[in-house]
Design a protein around this ligand. Structure first.
Ligand code: NAG
Ligand code: NAG
Ligand code: NAG
Ligand code: NAG
Ligand code: NAG
Length: 473
C-alpha cells in the first residue's frame, strides 16, 4: 500500500515537472513574440544602424557553433521583457544585464531601452565578446543612483562600463543621466566616501566608459550630469562619436565631456559639448584622432593632456581638430604637460577654430600644475609640429600663450591666419606670449604681437627636441 502511494506521488511530481518545463518554454517564446508585436522595431533598427557599415541586404549569417541562435526569433531584447520596471526608482540593473547577456549571443541583436520609461541602473559592466553588430538602442532614460552614499564602494570608477566589445553601436533619442549633482558639491556623503577610500582621493565615477573595445559607434544620444567624465574610451580603437549632446553645468568640477586614453583611430563629429571641464581631453597613447564640427562651451576647451605627470612617458600624435566653435570657455585649443615628463606630442593641427569670449584661445603650457605650486623638474614631453590655422574670434584674457619647457623647446609651431580681438569682458594682456617656441607665422595676424612671437627654427634646436622623442618610436 505504502509503496503504491509513493509511486503515485512520484508520477505526480514528474507530471508537474513536465508541465512546468512546457509552460516556461512557451512563456519565453511568448515574451519574444510580444516584443515584436505591432511594432516594426526590426525595421527601425535596420534604418538607423549605419554605424559600422554592416550590410543588411545580405542574408543573416548562419549560427556559429556554441551560440544559442534563433533564426526565426526576434533579435530585439527589450529590458521591459526582462523584468525592468522603468519607473526611475526600482533597481533595473539585473534586467539590463539579463537583456545584454541574451542579446550578446545573437548576431545583429538590439538591446532596447524603450522611450517614455526611466531605468535606474547601478554601476554595471556590459561585457563582450558578443556576436557582431550588437546595437544598444537608448530611446528612454538611463539613470544613475542619485545619492553618493548608495554607490557600491567597489564601483567608484565608472557607472556603465563597456568592456571587450567589437562592432558595436549605441544610438537613440534617449538620455543617459549621471544624476551627479551630489558629487559636485562638498556634502556629508562625499566626505564619507573620501574618508573611506583615502587611497583614491577625489575618485568620482565616469558615466560611460569603453575599455579594450574596437569599432564602436556612439551616436545621437544625450549624456548629462555625470559625476565626473561623461564618455571615456580607454585602450580602444576605431571609435566614432557622432551627433551626441553632452551637458552638465559650468559649475560642476572635473566633468570632462569626452576623454580619450590609449585610443587610436577616432572620429568625433557633429556634437554639442558643454560641461565643467575639458570638452574633449586627449591623453597619452592617442593617435590618429579627428575632431570636427563640434560646439564646445561652457568648459575648458579642447585639450591634449595633462601629459607626463610624475615623470611618466606620454606619446600623442596625428591629431586633427578643425571646424570647432568655442563659446565662453577657459581655453580654446590647449596642450598641457607637466614638468619632468618624457615622450612627445607631434603632428597636431588646429584649424578653422571660432572662439567667442574665450579666456585664452591658444595655449601650450609645459608648466601645467593643478595645485598652486608644483616642484620644478628637468625634462619635458617634447612638442613639435603644431599648426594653428584660422583661429578667429574674441578672447577675454590673452590671445596666445605658448609657454614651452626651458629644457626642450617647442619646434615647428606654425601660427597662420590668427585674428583675435578682445571681447567685451576683456581683462588681461593684449600681448601674445611665446617662451622657447620655434616656428613660423603667416599673416593675417592680430594682434600684431603674434608676428614677432615665435623664434625662427634653428637646426640645432630641432636636434635637441628630436633626441627626446625616441621613447615613442
Ligand atoms: C567587424 O566588422 C568588420 C566589417 O564589417 C568585419 O570585417 C569584422 O570581422 C567584424 N569583427 C567582429 C569581431 O565582428
Ligand atoms: C573594424 O572594422 C574594420 C572595417 O570596418 C575591419 O576591417 C576590422 O576588422 C574591424 N576590427 C575589429 C576588431 O572588429
Ligand atoms: C541627431 O540626433 C537626434 C536625436 O538626439 C536625432 O533626432 C537627429 O535626427 C540626429 N541627426 C542626424 C543627422 O542623424
Ligand atoms: C599627420 O597627421 C595626419 C592626420 O592623422 C596624417 O594624415 C599625416 O600623415 C600625419 N603626418 C605625418 C608627417 O605623420
Ligand atoms: C621654478 O623656476 C622658476 C623659474 O626658474 C622660478 O621662478 C620658480 O620660483 C621656481 N619654482 C619653484 C617651486 O621652485
Amino acid at each position: 500500500m505504502r509503496r503504491d502511494k509513493s509511486l503515485y506521488l512520484l508520477a505526480l511530481v514528474a507530471i508537474m515537472f513536465l508541465v512546468f518545463i512546457t509552460s516556461s518554454i512557451t512563456s519565453v517564446e511568448g515574451r519574444k513574440h510580444n516584443v515584436n508585436k505591432g511594432k516594426p522595431r526590426k525595421h527601425r533598427k535596420d534604418k538607423n544602424n549605419k554605424g559600422n557599415g554592416a550590410s543588411h541586404s545580405s542574408p543573416a549569417p548562419g549560427p556559429l557553433p556554441g551560440y544559442d541562435y534563433h533564426p526565426t526569433g526576434s533579435n530585439i531584447f527589450d529590458v521591459l521583457s526582462f523584468g525592468a520596471k522603468g519607473d526611475g526608482v526600482s533597481d533595473d540593473s539585473k534586467a539590463l544585464l539579463a537583456a545584454w547577456k541574451a542579446a550578446c549571443k545573437v548576431p545583429e541583436a538590439t538591446v532596447e531601452i524603450p522611450s517614455e520609461f526611466k531605468f535606474l541602473v547601478k554601476p554595471i559592466t556590459l561585457q563582450g565578446p558578443c556576436m557582431p553588430n550588437l546595437v544598444f538602442q537608448i530611446d528612454g532614460a538611463l539613470l544613475a543612483p542619485p545619492k553618493v552614499g548608495s554607490w557600491p564602494k567597489s564601483s567608484l570608477f565608472q557607472w556603465l562600463n563597456f568592456k571587450w566589445i567589437q562592432n558595436f553601436t549605441i544610438q537613440g533619442t534617449g538620455v543617459v543621466d549621471g544624476q551627479g549633482s551630489q558629487w559636485w558639491t562638498p556634502s556629508d556623503q562625499i566626505y564619507y566616501i573620501q574618508k573611506k577610500f583615502k587611497h583614491i582621493p577625489n575618485r568620482k565615477p565616469t558615466a560611460l566608459r569603453f575599455y579594450s573595445s574596437y569599432n564602436v559607434t556612439v551616436r545621437d544620444i544625450k549624456i548629462i550630469n555625470s559625476p565626473q567624465c561623461h564618455l571615456k574610451f580607454d585602450s580602444s580603437g576605431g571609435i566614432k562619436v557622432n551627433n551626441i549632446t553632452i551637458s552638465s553645468p559650468e559649475s560642476s568640477p572635473n566633468t570632462d565631456g569626452i576623454h580619450l586614453q590609449n585610443t587610436r583611430d577616432v572620429e568625433i563629429l557633429y556634437s554639442n559639448i558643454g560641461c565643467g571641464d575639458d570638452c574633449v581631453s586627449i591623453q597619452t597613447g592617442c593617435s590618429n584622432v579627428h575632431i570636427h564640427h563640434i560646439n564646445c562651451g561652457p568648459g575648458h576647451g579642447i585639450s591634449l593632456g595633462g601629459l607626463g605627470k610624475d615623470k611618466s612617458v606620454a606619446c600623442v600624435s596625428d591629431i586633427v581638430v578643425e571646424k570647432i566653435s568655442l563659446l565662453n570657455t577657459l581655453a580654446g585649443v590647449r596642450i598641457k604637460t607637466w614638468q619632468g615628463g618624457m615622450g612627445s606630442v607631434k603632428n597636431v593641427s588646429f584649424s578653422n577654430i571660432q572662439v567667442s569670449d574665450v579666456k585664452v584661445p591658444i595655449i601650450i603650457d609645459q608648466y601645467y600644475c593643478d595645485k598652486n605650486v608644483c616642484k620644478n623638474q628637468t625634462g619635458a614631453v617634447a612638442i613639435s609640429g603644431v599648426k594653428y590655422d584660422q583661429i578667429i574670434g574674441t578672447y577675454s584674457v590673452q590671445p596666445v600663450h605658448l609657454a614651452c619647457s626651458n629644457d626642450i623647446p617647442c619646434t615647428d609651431v606654425d601660427l597662420i591666419d590668427i585674428q583675435l580681438k578682445p571681447s567685451l569682458r576683456y581683462r588681461g594682456f593684449h600681448q601674445a606670449l611665446c617662451w622657447n617656441s620655434y616656428g613660423k607665422s603667416q599673416a593675417p595676424l592680430l594682434p600684431s604681437s603674434i608676428d614677432s612671437c615665435l623664434r625662427r627654427d634653428g637646426g640645432s634646436v630641432k636636434r635637441i627636441a628630436r633626441s627626446r622623442e625616441n621613447v615613442c618610436f
